[in-house]
Design a protein around this ligand. Structure first.
Ligand code: FES
Length: 105
């Protein structure tokens, strides 16, 4: 399975296996990545799976959908690279992707 790297708020780098077709939130919670709580279970309604996509990967990952963008508006740590990891489906071309876990508000 392709690897994705999560960088936690403490700067720890955690490499996780990300199965094609599953969300990156699921890959993170399977590996107990610190700071990815996923309280709503992937329903795009809690923002506890908020990440910042590394600048080298923003085009590959793409932009938030409308509902996701609305959720991110309420996050103090939101920026132009913000995504909710439950809304990102792993694809082949994301192998090697780096995501920074957003600081909790
Ligand atoms: S898991 Fe709740 S918004 Fe992503």
């Amino acid at each position: 399975m392709p690897l994705v790297t999560f960088v936690t708020a403490d700067g720890e780098k955690v490499d996780v296996d990300a199965k094609i077709g599953r969300s990156l939130m699921e890959a993170a919670t399977d590996a107990d990545v610190d700071g990815i709580d996923a309280d709503c279970g992937g329903g795009c309604s809690c923002a506890t799976c908020h990440v910042h996509v590394h600048e080298d990967w923003t085009e590959v990952v793409g932009r938030p959908n409308d509902l996701e963008a609305e959720m991110l508006e309420f996050e103090d740590s939101s920026n132009e690279r913000s995504r909710l990891s439950c809304q990102i489906e792993m694809t082949d071309d994301m192998a090697g992707l780096v995501l920074e876990v957003a600081a909790e508000d």
